[in-house]
Write a protein that binds this ligand. Structure first.
Ligand code: ADE
Ligand code: ZN
Length: 334
């Protein structure tokens, strides 16, 4: 079996995927035309050519501009269905999708429009491909905690459809502690808790996410290496990190994939997973992230299997769902 076939055969969970980050330029233009929305680029090619990022913020500026094409419930449905189709081809059996309601409500799109479209796609993906999924609402950290509370207020009638909350957008200058009260309230509501930390920000933000927000997983977390005591803690407590290797290279967190610290952290005993983050912008969906990382860092099949196992173990599903996936995984050769 060649590497790509092997990777696709691994039952895996995708745990770090921004649904707005799956908006391919072709769909962006089709939706913009359908909705009468003006985009800052005049062609699909010009849009792709603009995807030369120097850091997280340079990406976010484009990502928020592109998201303006999404207006109607059907748009969110079509966006997510296109993702699930690709995820299914990549061997994803379970996906936990991030969505950024504030990006849409700020433009006058109702919270319910976003949620209804995504949820309808989740149901369709289960029916069509047997993929299970959950929705995780992300608060934008460049906005205030009060704005986060206003978003939580909008989410309250729909909590049965929202599995957890996360924290994303511009990391530098916006430490997790800024949202201590908001996340305490979310914990009281019984929501699962995750946060982006240590993508561009310092290891102290990872510590804050763990100790102040009380996250169950860290999104990215690769900058933990600057604090050896933290690396040791992450290994000891087996905190899952949702690493996104192609994203890290595109956003210049590492100069090349061969210089990524994924293999070092794996060797240090951390519970690492591989994910695609914003695949329409970063050049590859989840299987591509596995394959390219394996090739750049010389990961063995046993290591890839361990990473897929980590993703299933770190997912927010009951054991009854997880067990058959793990059995399928264990049946594969190393
Ligand atoms: N929003 C979408 N992708 C993101 C990332 N990689 N980091 C922070 N916020 C994001
Ligand atoms: Zn992310």
């Amino acid at each position: 079996m060649d590497l790509e076939t092997y990777v696709r055969a691994l039952p895996k969970a995708e745990l770090h995927l921004h649904i707005e980050g799956t908006l391919e330029p072709e769909m962006m233009f089709a939706l913009a035309r359908r909705n009468g929305v003006a985009l800052p680029w005049n062609s699909v090619e010009a849009t792709r050519a603009a995807y030369a990022f120097t850091d997280l913020q340079s990406f976010l500026d484009l990502y928020y501009a592109g998201a303006a094409a999404l207006i109607r419930e059907q748009d969110f449905f079509e966006l997510a269905i296109a993702y699930f189709e690709r995820a299914h081809a990549d061997g994803v059996v379970h996906a936990e999708l991030f969505f950024d309601p504030q990006t849409h409500t700020a433009r006058g799109v109702a919270f319910e429009t976003v949620l209804d479209g995504l949820e309808r796609a989740c149901a369709e993906a289960q029916a069509r491909w047997g993929i299970s999924s959950r929705l995780i609402l992300c608060f934008l950290r460049h906005l205030s905690e009060d704005e986060g509370f206003a978003t939580l207020q909008q989410a309250l009638p729909h909590l049965a459809r929202i599995h957890g909350v996360g924290l994303d957008s511009s990391e530098r200058g916006h430490p997790p502690g800024k949202f201590a009260r908001l996340f305490a309230r979310c914990r009281e509501l019984g929501l699962h808790i995750v946060a982006h930390a240590g993508e561009e920000g310092p290891p102290a933000y990872i510590v804050d996410a763990l100790d102040v927000l009380k996250v169950e997983r860290i999104d990215h977390g690769v900058r933990c290496e600057a604090d050896p005591a933290l690396v040791e803690r992450l290994a000891r407590e087996q905190i899952a990190l949702t690493v996104c290797p192609l994203s890290n290279v595109k956003l210049c967190v590492f100069p090349t994939l061969a210089q990524h610290n994924f293999k070092r952290l794996l060797d240090a005993g951390l519970k690492l997973t591989i994910n695609s983050d914003d695949p329409a912008y970063f050049g590859g969906y989840v299987a591509q992230n596995y394959v390219d990382t394996a090739q750049a860092l010389g990961l063995t099949r046993a290591e890839l299997k361990r990473v897929a196992r980590n993703s299933l173990e770190a997912s927010f599903v009951p054991e009854s769902l997880r067990a058959p996936w793990l059995m399928r995984l264990d049946a594969l050769p190393d």
